[in-house]
Design a protein around this ligand. Structure first.
Ligand SMILES: NC(=O)c1ccc[n+]([C@@H]2O[C@H](COP(=O)([O-])OP(=O)(O)OC[C@H]3O[C@@H](n4cnc5c(N)ncnc54)[C@H](OP(=O)(O)O)[C@@H]3O)[C@@H](O)[C@H]2O)c1
Length: 292
């Protein structure tokens, strides 16, 4: 299968590229500002340009496109909604339209931030989206455009993505921050009033490609089976990394002033993806053991 990975310079895109290469797929990468450096054909692209997307997709003529490109800076989206919509909604539309024009399967990545965070039980895919900030609104608009413009897309909702940036292998996201603070002996303030189901980039990449290979369509939550606070997540990280004397302190989302509001509870129910692939999603502890 010839797979075009859009957003290959990002955390998830690099992992999707790496997993697809390990499966001997023919992979072409498309990056925005920096070539990730896989030993494969690579193309610079700005998905806000429909012409650029059309030209690239026509040239590559892929069997499948995995779109991992997004404006993921949640506060940045709040202060620059125009760019947020240009990338997360218009860009998603351009990729979906181009995929359809060459009859390519489409995996589009979305977020738990399309949800309001008011629930207390893990959200299933049919929960009514009600984003609370521009990032979630623009990603929800992207989901809807993808559904309109591609006949049979697969939309994966992820939560709190972390892992190793590839191909360089550095730890990225929340664990990188916790490990840096622990290494410097600093106090590590962590929220106890937010709950998420962290998506490990490598496990997520495998699941996305498994869904693609299994010809699954529709919307799936793709996350770990665990529902944790950042404090609990931090405890597992320092334990797994062997920092016995790390100082974790309890903090609240209300303690910091940020441009965008965050949902308090976005744990994801993973029953649908588990049923589709006939296997359980990994737990956070299993993912961290693999990461560290
Ligand atoms: N990060 C999270 O915690 C999280 C949580 C839930 C869902 N998600 C979703 O998961 C997917 C992957 O996110 P990630 O964690 O891998 O984020 P990431 O590391 O920020 O990667 C996003 C990539 O998109 C690229 N991009 C931004 N604007 C672009 C444009 N105009 N044209 C082409 N590419 C562009 C970025 O390139 P530059 O950096 O070069 O601009 C970056 O390489 C996204 O759909 C995101 O919404 C992420």
């Amino acid at each position: 299968m010839r797979v075009l990975v859009v957003g290959a310079g990002g955390l998830l895109g690099g992992n999707v590229t790496s997993v697809a290469l390990n499966r001997n797929e023919t992979v072409v990468t498309a990056y925005h500002s920096e070539d990730p450096g896989f030993d494969r054909p690579s193309h610079q692209i700005d998905i806000t340009s429909s012409t650029a997307v059309d030209d690239l997709v026509t040239e590559i003529d892929p069997d499948a496109i995995v779109n991992c490109a997004a404006m993921t800076d949640v506060d940045g989206c709040e202060t620059d909604p125009e760019q947020a919509y240009a990338v997360n909604a218009d860009g998603a539309e351009h990729v979906a339209r181009a995929a359809d024009s060459v009859d390519a399967a489409l995996v589009h990545t979305s977020t738990d931030y399309v949800l309001d965070g008011e629930e207390t039980e893990p959200y299933s895919e049919d929960a009514e989206p009600a984003p609370k900030q521009v990032y979630g609104e623009s990603k929800l608009a992207g989901e809807r455009r993808v559904q309109e413009l591609h006949p049979d897309p697969l939309i994966a909702r992820l939560s709190f993505v972390y892992g190793r940036s590839l191909p360089d292998g550095s730890v990225s996201g929340f664990p990188a921050w916790v490990l840096e603070k622990a290494g410097e002996g600093d106090e590590i303030p962590l929220f106890t009033d937010q709950r998420v189901s962290p998506s490990y980039a490598k496990a997520t990449a495998k699941t996305l490609l498994n869904l693609l290979e299994a010809d699954q369509k529709g919307t799936f939550n793709v996350a770990s089976r665990s529902c944790v606070t950042p404090y609990e997540f931090g405890e597992l990280i320092v334990e797994e990394a062997g920092f016995e004397n790390a100082t974790l302190t309890e903090s609240s989302m209300n303690d910091i002033d940020r441009d965008a509001e965050r949902p308090r509870y976005t744990c994801l129910n993973t029953a649908a993806v588990e049923e589709a692939l006939d296997r359980p999603q990994s737990t956070l502890a299993e993912d961290l053991a693999d990461l560290l």
